[in-house]
Design a protein around this ligand. Structure first.
Ligand SMILES: [Zn+2]
Ligand SMILES: [Zn+2]
Length: 235
């Protein structure tokens, strides 16, 4: 049954002619040319829980860090590795409103999700990581919400985009150490509506995981039992 769902979804991934989100050459794949796609797609050699690189550990393993102190979420699915030119395209998306990248990367994430959930139940709802209202006003859109909307349409999983609220206007986290990020993010989120037991938290980029950890903490306090993290790129 799950397989059938995926074959339907797969057919719905648009094939279009346009420019590659990374090199700008024309492409027939949904948003990326073949060489760029094979350069940035993740090969699966990552910790199945936190998504960090496994180095020399066997395929499908859990990293030492997760074995010692597992994160609050069960698994992380990322479309790409966060490095150039992906990092450049994502900053164009956020800071120069190049919103066509959202469709390209979300389709890539969808491909990764199709592989990941072949034998695993899908979450019951998609919850984007919210921006604080000040940041939302400044930017004009929440990229995580747009990604979540795209996935909601493709996967037919309910979107709860007002369930989580960001109540603390945290400074930009770029360049901060993990411990400082954690401190800044303490009590940054609150849950505004009832959540199902199994949810997917959606963010554009996951770096240290501090944001996702803090959001997960609040969700787990409100009846959620399992959290899967979906993101466009993981460092
Ligand atoms: Zn390309
Ligand atoms: Zn791990």
């Amino acid at each position: 049954m799950v397989y059938n769902l995926f074959s339907i979804v797969r057919k719905n991934i648009p094939q279009y002619s346009g420019n590659c989100s990374l090199c700008g050459l024309s492409t027939e794949y949904s948003g990326f040319c073949e060489p760029c796609l094979s350069a940035v797609q993740r090969d699966g050699h990552y910790c199945q829980q936190c998504g960090n690189s496994l180095g020399k550990q066997p395929f499908g393993a859990t990293c030492g860090q997760c074995l010692k102190k597992p994160p609050r979420y069960q698994t992380l699915v990322a479309a790409t590795h966060y490095e150039f030119p992906v990092s450049h395209a994502i900053s164009e998306m956020k800071f120069e409103k190049q919103l066509h990248h959202i469709r390209s990367f979300s389709n890539l994430l969808l491909e990764a999700l199709l592989k990941h959930y072949q034998d695993t139940p899908l979450p019951q709802a998609i919850v984007p990581i919210p921006l604080h209202s000040n940041r939302l006003r400044e930017r004009g859109f929440n990229q995580s919400q747009l990604i979540a909307k795209h996935l909601n349409r493709k996967l037919n999983i309910p979107l709860l985009d007002h369930a989580l609220l960001r109540i603390k206007d945290t400074p930009h986290q770029i360049g901060l150490k993990a411990v400082e990020r954690r401190k800044n993010l303490k009590r940054a989120f609150t849950v505004k509506q009832e959540l199902p037991k199994h949810i997917a938290l959606v963010d554009d980029v996951v770096t240290t995981g501090s944001t996702i950890q803090e959001a997960s903490k609040q969700c787990l306090k409100h009846g959620v039992e399992r959290i899967d993290v979906w993101c466009l790129a993981k460092t």
